[in-house]
Design a protein around this ligand. Sequence first.
Ligand code: NAD
Length: 479
Amino acid sequence: MQSKNWIGGEWITPSGSEMTVQNPSRTAEEIGIVHFSDRSHVLAAEQAARDAQKQWAQMTGAARGEILYQMAAALESHADELARLASREMGKQIGEMRGEVARGVSLLRYYAGEGMRANGNVIPSADTNVLQFTRRVPLGVVAVITPWNFPVAIPIWKIAPALILGNSVIWKPAENSSLTATRLAELFAETRLPAGVLNLVIGRGKEVGAALTEEAAVDAVSFTGSSATGRQVAIACAGRNIKYQTEMGGKNAAVVLADADLDKTVPILLSGAFKSAGQKCTATSRIIAEKAIYEKLAERLQQAISSCLAGDALDPAAYLGPVASVEQYEKVNKYMGVANEEARLVAQSPATDIAEQGYFIRPTIVEGVEASHPLVQQEVFGPLAVMLPADDFTEAVELCNQTVYGLSASLFTRDLAKAHLFLERAQAGMVRVNQETAGVEYQAPFGGMKQSSSHTREQGQAALEFYSEVKTCAIKYAW
Ligand code: NAD
């Protein structure tokens, strides 16, 4: 398969540099070629998106919604094919990848329905015979910049709310998920989506991403990716006074209190830490346990981790696939090296036969480092979690909050009072009790505090606020 751009309804293959895509489960297998764009493609997409937006915004919400329903149907009817392509391109295990595509379908339907829902409030006026109300208006052309770790759901949770509100979109996916992006755009091209309303520009972040945020006359940027890139995006957008949203990294803690039900807690901890090979922004990367239960929990994790076996991403029985790329493999292995030298091993899954064929890293839990240690403070983005002991609930919450990130946090307990106190005190945008740090539902707001986010929220109704501006309208209808 070859990547291509979709600009103004035309398919264009850039003639510049390219990259051969290897299957991270079996690096000897080449699955396609990604063709990188330059700034001229970004500017062409900007023009196409600008030309299409006015008419798109003038359509009724109901009519736009019908097209989003068509997009959902097109995706649903090719769900398995797209999931398999993404598994082969970036290594997410097929069961998880199918779940992600299903989420994409649900998101499209959810936002399709928004075309028929109220979009403002009537506000009483202090004057006589005045009707005062608000209405949402689109921003115009929105740039959507996405990472590789959710190659289908994240683009859709940005594109769908942007479109239903009457914006047009220029989408730049991550380099490592460009084939999946191309196929997704091909599916959307089968619908009645007017030319230029959604544009796909495949390219490198430093070139195409930067041209989108710094040069193209876009009205807003919605970015998900690393904190370092997010900061650059925010600076560029603030300098131009355009609306931006940056969803970035995490160092999410699961806190286990002495009264937790370990039979239920242990599988949830492992799933939070190791599904998607730990490459979720909401993955559990710190396990903070009350001392009274610490040793017992460590033992239980040791027993249970033996079932977390890595395998080919297309193997339905694999617990996790490989990490996504050679860059990921090298970065995560660097942290594994630090863990080997500076921490103590708590638990590690057995090696599997496939290990030599791709970018496989064994799920690992370590302990014995201070709260300030890089393994506790930096986002690893791989299947490596660190355990920390806490004297009691109060210290556990302090440890949970001792990070620059604030994306997601979980508590495991049977104590209702502590559950409520945790929801109040944990500094994270998504706080959960007896649940994984990952897995927030699409109809609820998604986003982080502190360095994890620009403090806006995605998904649910919250996304509608980002992709629109509110106009305050007033009519004096008699005097
Ligand atoms: P990344 O920052 O390297 O890349 C993200 C996107 O930005 C890619 O499309 C990339 O090409 C583009 N980009 C790179 N440089 C750019 C620049 N100078 N200007 C504009 N765009 C540029 O991140 P990644 O490695 O693809 O993704 C992993 C990161 O994403 C992790 O840190 C993870 O926590 C984070 N993430 C966050 C969330 C969330 O909702 N908070 C969700 C998923 C992933």
